[in-house]
Design a binder for this molecule. Structure first.
Ligand code: SAH
Length: 345
């Protein structure tokens, strides 16, 4: 029998489980705290439970912890990239970034990705599998343990498409948000999607207070379709309509990500076209100087193009920033670190 991942159970599920085991129900809450607050590495560390109960739990459940396989620390700004090995030996990557307002962890939501964006290294070998909520949580727990620093913000912007794994993501948010766990507020969590419109409506219906980031990367469908296969399924108008709906349901500002690629999507006319579409919307545009991927023909925009693009969007009254490059000495674009590791093996 395959053992279940105990770190992916809610407090209510653990409480019911304890009742089924003929134990006092508060044991459920104790187990939750061991896993999500004290971040123990094995069920045996739950020392306020009897040995018999621990054995009974171990017969049915396992605590799947990630192992740090490799780690790179930037000499410039201490940004740290982790390659974690999962129990089935798959490899994922996560990043810790230091900002004035706190530590941000960028986590992966899947092993690989099936979205096929032309500039992204995470998707080159397709999707291997979804991560469980427990595996997403443990990226944060392991980073905290390794650095002895608290993570205060989470961006779900590592490898994978989170809305392609929505049920586990919702569970992850519930668990990381829990006062008896890490108690990280929803407003400190950003979820980035390439624009799975149906799932954006599903997410909006949950009325969470997380920030939704949408990878737009183009001012129109013709250009977007050259970069992102998903744009053939959902037109940009539909994506923007879903964004308006998300804002209406949650009153939260949307972030648009726009990776600037030399002469593909970074011309002044592109900035104006985008400005016309986004003006007046409760949004923020994050311009990302594209991170060159060796397998891709796309090149990074010049700094002049970035500046012009920024000025034009701002002239439409759109809040726009250029994403600061962190850890440029250890840098590897989305999924590149994992890819290099796999090539080496
Ligand atoms: N699948 C989600 C989240 C993961 S990617 C999404 O598409 O949003 C996180 C962000 O990094 C996305 O905006 C993605 O388009 C961007 N990205 C991927 N590869 C990149 C590269 N080489 N340079 C710059 N941004 C990149």
């Amino acid at each position: 029998m395959k053992k279940r991942d105990i770190a992916s159970l809610t407090i209510d599920e653990l409480t019911i489980l304890m009742e089924e085991f003929n134990e006092r129900s508060f044991r459920g809450s104790q187990i939750f705290q061991w896993i999500h607050q004290k971040n123990i590495e094995s069920i045996d560390e739950m020392t306020n439970l009897s040995k018999a109960l621990r054995e009974k739990i171990k017969c049915n459940f396992e605590l799947n912890k990630l192992k740090i396989e490799e780690k790179y620390i930037s000499n410039i700004d201490k940004t740290t990239k982790y390659l974690f090995a999962l129990k089935d030996n798959n490899i994922i990557e996560s990043v810790l970034m230091h900002y004035s307002y706190g530590n941000t962890a960028c986590i992966s939501s899947q092993v690989g990705c099936r979205m096929g964006c032309a500039f992204c290294a995470s998707t080159l070998e397709g999707l291997i599998r979804n991560l469980t909520a427990g595996e997403m949580l443990d990226q944060i727990y392991q980073i905290q343990k390794d650095t002895k620093e608290k993570v205060s913000n989470i961006v779900i912007m590592g490898s994978g498409e989170p809305l392609d794994n929505l049920d586990n993501i919702l569970l992850f948010i519930e668990l990381i948000n829990h006062p008896k766990g890490q108690n990280i507020g929803q407003r400190h969590i950003t979820l980035s999607t390439c624009g799975l419109v149906d799932k954006m409506y599903d997410l909006a219906s949950k009325k969470l207070q997380i920030t939704l980031a949408v990878s737009l990367h183009a001012p129109n469908d013709a250009i977007r379709r050259k970069m992102m296969p998903i744009a053939k399924k959902y037109a940009m108008d539909e994506v923007l309509k879903a964004c308006h709906h998300y804002i209406e349901m949650t009153n939260r500002r949307i972030t648009f990500e726009y990776a600037l690629i030399d002469r593909v999507n970074d011309k002044k006319e592109h900035a104006r076209e985008l400005g016309e579409k986004l003006k007046g919307m409760l949004c923020h545009v994050n311009l990302i100087p594209m991170n060159p991927v060796k397998e891709s023909i796309f090149k990074e925009s010049t700094s002049n193009s970035v500046k012009d693009f920024l000025d034009i969007l701002q002239s439409y009254g759109i809040q726009t920033t250029v994403r600061r490059k962190l850890g440029s000495d250890i840098d590897a674009a989305c999924g590149q670190l994992r890819r290099r590791y796999l090539e080496k093996k």
